[in-house]
Design a protein around this ligand. Sequence first.
Ligand code: 0RA
Length: 611
Amino acid sequence: MYIGDTGKRGLHHLVFEVIDNSIDEALAGFCNKIVVTIHKDNSISVLDNGRGIPVDIHKEEKIPALEVVMTILHAGGKFDKGSYKVSGGLHGVGVSVVNALSEWLTAEIYRDNKIYTQSYKRGIATTKVIEKGKIRKRGTLIRFLADEEIFKTIQWEYDILEHRMRELAFLNKNLEVILRDERDNNEQRFYYKGGVAEFVKYLDESRQSIIGKPIYFEKEIESVPMEVALQYNISYSDNIFTFVNNINTVEGGSHLVGFKTAVTRTLNNYAQKNKLFKKDNFTLSGEDVREGLTAVLSIKVAEPQFEGQTKTKLGNSEIKGYVDSFVTEGLSEFLEQHPAEGKKIIEKCLNAARSRDAARKARELTRRKSALDVGNLPGKLSDCSTKDPSLCELYIVEGDSAGGSAKQGRDRKYQAILPIRGKILNVEKARIDKVLTNNEIRTIITATGTGFGEDEFNIEKLRYNKIIIMTDADVDGSHIMTLLLTFFYRYMPTLIEEGHVYIAQPPLYRVYSGKKSFYAYDEDERDILVKRFEKEGRQKIDVQRYKGLGEMNPDQLWSTTMNPETRTLIKIGVEDASHADKTFSMLMGEDVEPRRNFIQKNAKYVRNLDI
Ligand code: 0RA
């Protein structure tokens, strides 16, 4: 049984589990609409127009099937609900688990022109299955209130639900998904006739494509339905997302291997056949053909084997060949029919190959100079004295003056300070060879000790357990923050995935009166502190607003932002790579409009910005 945790993530898994059951019904071809409603009392409901959970008496348990599904662990699997049941470690625990973790839950079933209902408290039935009236439609409605004694929070986050609902609508092209929020009377409808092609278009919204609309094809081989969309854009990174039974296979697996093999081979064959290479014996590498590629591959597998640390790696070996021949066939056909696009794609790949060559030379050069070698630590780095990485922290600090305060204020035993000056390079717009010649970036790579690039990066060599970004709480500061996060996300993603990257939270205000002084991290806190002083009857109350870290003296910086006993750090996680990716390309990319919208929408929340 896996719900994950009792925090925000675990809470949202509850509703995803319920939705998965409706999705199974959709995959079996009996349901094409799902409505998720967040109610004012923090309960949430999922309504589908499927066949309705059966209510007849279960042969073995001698109680209605509905009650079996709702109250007996793992009962879900006993029903043959359709061939592509979601399974694996993430979902598929069964709705009885959701029931057990809910203060209350009610199920309403529309079947045989009747309404049936049953209620539960903390997983135990409090009523029988009751017939409640007549109805013409079919379906299932599940509504529950998560148990506050189990979950730290039971507040639903619209954005998390929105993201998964949209994803499900992209992945199931005939499915209409509606998300309602009764807390603010908001409603969104997700319905994409184009399926994963529209998914790719959405992911690349703020990137410039080189071939117009995405290449799309679908096919079923050996009862494995497959669907893929690909698009090339002018950026230098690749974004390939793979799904098995609607589960994001973050760790990849046999389907991804089949996809990559097919793309590389097909493009090489095509270019050779059409004499698009200057030299006859030239070959494009996998990296070359993936530069600027955005793709979504979605397949349905009857008995998926999920492996890997987070059970998001597809293990079924037969799938590699199916995906390979599917993609080879579809992509070859596209190229034959669209020679102009084919030529553009090959040109793009050749450019990538050239630049990779340049990067290799740049890297060799830097290696010779040992610039990325730890033995040659940058002069600006004030290292800590402890050598045990698990205890060490690296503060990357904006500006020399704040760097100076941090250096004096720190605990030099385990805190290292690396001041960086000005804006670092926008890695979203630069190629790898240019990224590597940028001084600030080289300094950061050297300081971390891990090396760089697919072959050399080694997390074992990481010199600090925590890498903490500390910038001013102003526009420049948040820009530098975003640039740094983009850099880590694009070029050293393991650091983020393994939870080594943090954001420091310096206070925005100091509220003081006489000798008493307190720090406030936002406007609300500031107002509360002022009110408290007023209640104490103090006459002279002052508020200092910190515009930059440099305004704090070393002691203040230590006690507010660096002292592990009192500081607040935000740990950066990649909740969802596609979301982060989209956000970064939007924040850092060419288009101004979506960026402006994002900043306006998030300005208030920017202090809690989590990718
Ligand atoms: C078992 C059998 C049948 C449908 C379902 C389960 C079912 C479960 C859920 C959960 C949420 N929505 C659902 N919709 C259907 C098929 C019964 C039949 O043959 O009519």
